[in-house]
Design a protein around this ligand. Structure first.
Ligand SMILES: [Fe+2]
Ligand SMILES: [Fe+2]
Length: 404
């Protein structure tokens, strides 16, 4: 998982027994913890250095952790109940995951620390935030997939093993990003994060929509940054981006697996409710990314990208990919879509500005009401734009086979 989607919901967890996440590995570094409130938490600990109290401020747009109804998941993947499960397709996918194309890909070198030392000023803080948020999002995928791998072992060992291998990938991604933080003398305390954060509950079908989109949008983000920096190497200020080409293939494979899972659950794709939910999740994921990134334009500009152009490219490509499986998607190529996104950015900026004033909480909340109403109305108007009917042509074949 590589992106965050928070307007609607949150993500997953993981038991921090794996040494790569142990904060002790980071010796003298400051350990950063994310609290589940917006209050500064008793966060950091250091060995040898004075700890600065660092907590990551949590907002509506912060990457979240998810959990689901694992009993329902077990029923969905029980081959005796669901005859749509194409086990040979899952077997083939499993072989693909077992091949482990990126087993030796995530190897660091001394360039990392040297590059980090050269990043200073405001860009340094923005880089740290990028690494923290990305690490949290990857870690969230790790936790969810790990638990699914554990819970589905009995009912569907093949699907369970794929989830476990995907959690392996996400652990690698999160670990690599956390090592990146060590270049900045920081480390996310993922053990604390696992225990302290709240988990957002999503029913399985919503996990499918949201996770599919997260993986695919993650793929498009990584590959777009990679290609841009390959063409414009003068902006290659930190070597982690050089790893994105192979890295994003992991996200692409994860997305393809969810695509296969959804095909095996055609009831989640073939009716009017599925169309409404598909559009809702597309909207949530795209808007969350756009608002988040527009709050962090300095990061994207720092690597030579135009934030809004980058985001629109990612949204359009993700939407085209998603249209192959979702029964309906948003008309993101209609100029009205971007106009509305930009309007939401303006409103969000005003909301952020209200939060930064010295007003008492009551006054802040009163000032927020019309802004939230305006944001909700933009969201609704965007949601109600005429959608694009989409989806895979083979669903019609699935319909008569529904077995329950
Ligand atoms: Fe990932
Ligand atoms: Fe992923």
């Amino acid at each position: 998982m590589a992106t965050e989607m928070a307007l609607v919901k949150p993500i997953s967890k993981f038991s921090c027994s794996t040494p790569i996440f142990s904060s002790s590995r980071y010796g003298k570094f400051t350990t950063v913890r994310m609290s589940s409130t917006s209050q500064p938490s008793p966060t950091t600990k250091t060995a040898g250095k004075k700890a600065s109290k660092t907590a990551i401020k949590e907002t509506l747009l912060t990457p979240r952790f998810y959990t689901t109804d694992f009993d329902e998941m077990e029923t969905l993947f029980n081959t005796e109940i669901n005859r749509n499960l194409n086990q040979s397709e899952f077997e083939a996918l499993l072989q693909e995951f077992k091949t482990d194309y990126n087993q030796t890909h995530f190897v660091r070198n001394k360039e990392f620390k040297e590059a980090a030392d050269k990043i200073d000023g405001p860009l340094r803080q923005i880089f740290v935030e990028f690494l923290e948020r990305s690490c949290t999002a990857e870690f969230s995928g790790f936790l969810l997939y790990k638990e699914l791998g554990r819970r589905l072992k009995k009912t569907n060992p093949v699907v369970a093993e794929i989830f476990s291998l995907m959690s392996r990938d996400e652990a690698r991604h999160a670990g690599f990003l956390n090592k990146g933080l060590s270049d900045f003398n920081l480390a996310l305390d993922l053990g604390f994060l696992t225990k302290a954060r709240k988990y957002t509950f999503f029913k399985p079908k919503f996990i499918f929509y949201a996770t599919y989109l997260s993986e695919k949008i993650g793929y498009w983000r990584y590959i777009t940054i990679y290609r841009h920096l390959k063409e414009n190497p003068e902006y290659q200020c930190y070597p982690i981006f050089k790893y994105f080409e192979n890295w994003c293939q992991d996200e692409n494979r994860h997305g393809d697996f969810f695509s296969a899972l959804m095909k095996a659950q055609p009831q989640f794709l073939n009716d009017w409710k599925a169309k409404l939910w598909s559009r809702f999740f597309c909207l949530s994921v795209y808007v969350t990314m756009y608002l988040n990134d527009c709050q962090r334009t300095a990061f994207y500009e720092g690597i030579g990208l135009n934030t809004k152009e980058f985001d629109m490219h990612v949204i359009i490509e993700t939407n085209r990919t998603t249209a192959r499986i979702f029964p309906a998607v948003l008309d993101v190529e209609n100029p009205e879509f971007k106009r509305r996104l930009d309007k939401m950015v303006e409103i969000n900026e005003q909301l952020v500005a209200v939060g930064e004033t010295d007003d008492i909480p009551l006054v802040k909340n009163l000032k927020r009401i019309p802004l939230i109403a305006a944001l909700a109305s933009e969201l609704l108007a965007t949601y109600l734009m005429p959608p694009i009917e989409s989806g895979s042509v083979d669903f019609a074949e699935f319909e008569p086979q529904l077995v329950y």
